[in-house]
Design a protein around this ligand. Structure first.
Ligand SMILES: *Cc1c(COP(=O)(O)O)cnc(C)c1O
Length: 372
């Protein structure tokens, strides 16, 4: 069977360095707030292109802490509105509602699946304080129109960079475009730890310092608590592993682009809609997508998934139920967001990873092409 994502295989491809890193932490006897985290934060901040990187417990916490800090700083208060893509993983919304802010959902562009920049302006009100963009599936979501609105209305631009580590917008990496960004190192992400891990990056000194305190019980000095914070810290063990894997991230992302290019050049089936990239051969040289997921659409998505499973190809749906149709957000259940709903009913993610073999790639492509 071809796995959707062979995480064990990916991590094995870094051996013996991962084992050495883990042993180093084990033998040091120091597991939190130490040198491994400090050096990883420096390396990842440099990689993204921000002056500050704060390791936290996971990607959701990274985003939660950004909004919590903006509330402490007085830039936002309960009930203020944050523009967010309707077509996203629910974590983007949870980070907003957990802080008692109000998500204002904006439909995606059907060609990119990312927030449609043309639809944002009409959603801005007197209470709008920020825009969250999500670089979904690994594709840059930033657009000059968004920058224009951020400046015009003096908004905070928060990036959910959980799926896009290493992606570019022009000369900058995503995650360094806005005022602050949340990053996830969930094991299946392009840069994944051996468990939950995340980070915030920003160029703002005050914000960075506050987020570090908020993630450490609201404390700057041990046993002195200035805020009602949380415990959300990056472990030394994860930081040590992430340092090993970060060194190969650009190369791994390039391999993903080659696979995406192959799929786009060779999948030929009228029942399948490929990611829009004109021409497909431009994928390899484009830095605005790191192909965290290779997502195609089909009106017969469920049948296609069943067929692929029968032929030994594992696939996943990202995502089957949009946030506004979840029980967790029952107030929104009656809202109609047709583009978001269409996407959720038609998408299917094919296997993609830096260690997917040629044989696997051919087999997946053939099976998809044979679908009738
Ligand atoms: C993975 C993910 C998150 C959350 O990250 P965790 O580390 O799992 O908490 C947030 N947003 C998006 C778009 C994600 O894909």
């Amino acid at each position: 069977m071809i796995k959707f994502l062979d995480i064990q295989g990916i991590n094995n491809s870094f051996e013996p360095e991962i084992t050495q890193a883990l042993l180093r932490v084990f033998k040091s006897g120091w597991y939190l707030l130490g040198d491994e985290v400090k050096t990883f934060e420096k390396a990842y901040g440099d990689f993204i292109g921000n002056r500050h990187c704060i390791g936290v417990a996971n990607g959701l916490d990274a985003l939660r802490l950004i909004f919590k800090a903006y509330i402490e700083l007085g830039f936002m208060k309960e009930g203020d509105e944050i523009i967010v893509p309707a077509n996203t993983y629910i974590a983007s919304m949870l980070a907003i509602t957990d802080n008692r802010l109000k998500p204002v959902l904006v439909e995606p562009d059907i060609n990119t699946y990312n927030i449609d920049p043309k639809l944002i302006a009409e959603k801005i009100t007197e209470r709008t304080r920020g825009i969250m963009i999500v670089h979904l599936y690994g594709q840059n979501a930033m657009h000059p129109e968004i920058q224009h609105l951020v400046e015009k209305y003096d908004l905070k631009l928060v990036e959910d960079n959980a799926q896009a580590q290493g992606c570019y917008f022009g000369k900058k990496r995503t995650g360094s475009i806005g005022h602050a960004a949340g990053h996830s190192f969930y094991p299946g992400k392009n840069l994944g730890a051996l468990g939950d891990a995340g980070a915030v990056t920003t160029d703002n000194d005050q914000l960075a310092e506050l987020i570090r305190a908020l993630g450490n019980y609201g404390s700057r000095k041990k046993y002195v608590n200035e805020y009602q914070g949380l415990n959300s810290r990056l472990d030394e063990m994860h930081a040590a592993v992430l340092k090993v894997k970060l060194k190969r991230l650009d190369e791994d992302n390039q391999r993903r682009r080659e696979i995406a290019e192959f799929y786009c050049d060779h999948i030929k089936n009228e029942k399948i809609i490929l990611p829009i990239h004109q021409p497909p051969s431009a994928i390899r040289s484009s830095s605005s997508h790191i192909w965290h997921l290779f997502v195609v659409r089909s009106r017969e998505r469920d049948k296609l998934q069943k067929r692929l499973t029968e032929h030994g190809v594992q696939t996943l749906i990202h995502y089957p139920i949009p946030p506004h149709k979840q029980l967790a957000y029952s107030d929104w259940n009656a809202i109609s967001l047709p583009i978001t709903e269409k996407i959720h009913s038609e998408v299917i993610s094919l296997p993609i990873s830096p260690i997917l073999t040629k044989d696997e790639l051919y087999k997946i492509t053939e099976t998809v092409n044979a679908f009738k």
